[in-house]
Design a protein around this ligand. Structure first.
Ligand code: NAG
Ligand code: NAG
Ligand code: NAG
Ligand code: NAG
Ligand code: NAG
Length: 307
């Protein structure tokens, strides 16, 4: 088989691996409780007075005199306070990523909170693009809690949960590399093409190297059927590296190690590659299938015995 074709087979896998790892978008705020449910907010905002406002009745009769002392007490706003559609009482500003009213009039979805602006994402072609709150600054910050916040808005949301968090420095927190997606164990048949992925977050930027346990050389070395590709991403301050083994043979079986290093230290993760001859491979697949069938069967038997 021509070399280019093998490469493109593997590249397809690379793309698949890539998209399966896009689920890290919320990694920095996973531990922050979702205090306001966005759906509640939409329901709150579905109020017929506000629909009238859309027809220009902003200073119509329904707003009445503003009596600030009658305003409900608002608490728990993670993006600060804004004025309601009558310009009288305070309410929670919308968070980053929430739908919002364009312009500075609170009509239906509400206005964005502190450090946020309401924007239509130009890249969002295809679907009907709804305006969303976007942080005005996209510069990362390091918090006194040792966590990296991707922007000032995320930082302020966190300080709502813990007001003792301060800004320690601009830019991400300096850290030894963190392996976000470690390589996964693989079993495949001789002659197949296998790819290991290793995804790392680090600041300062890391260098990723691959090694096979028991050998000192850094891959690919001079081995023509092994190649290594690295690129930045998928997110800021991340690096992804792929180790690709084309036409794997029995000697390629073993433990592969992804080593990520920066000036603060190094960390590694390993995955085992199993390479089986065609017969062993079909036995392996059969055993696996039998195992799964037996599991399903025994469960049914159990049910029958029980009733
Ligand atoms: C309604 O408010 C606008 C500004 O928001 C103002 O120009 C206009 O005079 C007001 N109309 C009435 C009837 O108060
Ligand atoms: C708040 O943050 C400080 C450090 O920034 C930390 O020591 C403290 O444990 C945090 N409190 C809570 C409740 O998480
Ligand atoms: C096994 O090899 C085939 C053929 O090269 C490839 O398409 C497939 O993605 C490989 N499977 C795994 C899990 O690596
Ligand atoms: C990697 O870090 C360990 C300590 O965690 C250290 O002993 C080792 O020398 C480091 N290796 C390299 C190549 O920097
Ligand atoms: C074999 O079974 C295990 C679970 O028992 C599964 O995770 C694995 O993907 C299976 N391998 C193959 C090649 O089907």
């Amino acid at each position: 088989m021509p070399w280019e074709i093998i490469v493109s087979l593997c590249s397809i896998m690379v793309l698949l691996n890539m998209s399966s790892s896009d689920s890290f978008l919320n990694r920095f705020d996973d531990d922050i409780d979702q205090i306001s449910n966005p759906l509640d907010e939409i329901i709150d905002h579905f109020d017929y007075d506000k629909l009238e406002d859309e027809h220009g009745d902003r200073n119509g009769t329904h707003c009445g005199e503003c009596s600030p002392e009658l305003c409900p007490v608002v608490q728990g706003c993670r993006a600060g306070l804004i004025l309601d559609n009558c310009g009288c009482c305070q309410e929670c500003g919308n968070l980053e990523g929430q739908t919002c009213d364009l312009g500075d009039t609170n009509v239906f979805y509400g206005l964005c909170g502190m450090d946020l602006e309401c924007k239509i994402d130009d890249l969002d072609v295809g679907e009907v693009a709804e305006p969303q709150c976007v942080c005005t600054s996209q510069d990362a910050l390091c918090g006194s809690d040792g966590k990296t916040y991707m922007n000032i808005c995320k930082f302020k949301e966190a300080t709502f949960s813990n007001s003792s968090i301060k800004i320690k420095s601009n830019g991400p927190c300096k850290t030894v590399p963190i392996i976000k997606v470690p390589p996964q164990n693989l079993v495949n048949v001789t002659g197949s093409c296998v790819v290991f992925l290793c995804e790392v977050f680090a600041f300062p930027m890391a260098l990723i190297e691959w090694k096979k346990d028991g050998k000192d050389i850094i891959l690919p070395g001079d081995d023509p059927h092994i190649s290594v590709q690295s690129r930045g991403g998928p997110l800021k301050f991340e690096l992804s590296s792929w180790l690709q083994i084309e036409e794997a043979d029995l000697a390629d079986a073993g433990t592969y190690r992804c080593v990520a290093r920066n000036e603060l230290g190094n960390i590694s993760a390993t995955a085992v590659l199993g390479v089986l001859g065609p017969e062993e491979m079909s036995v392996y697949l059969m055993e696996n299938m039998t195992e799964m069938l037996e599991y399903g069967h025994s469960e049914r038997e159990y049910d029958e015995d029980y009733y």
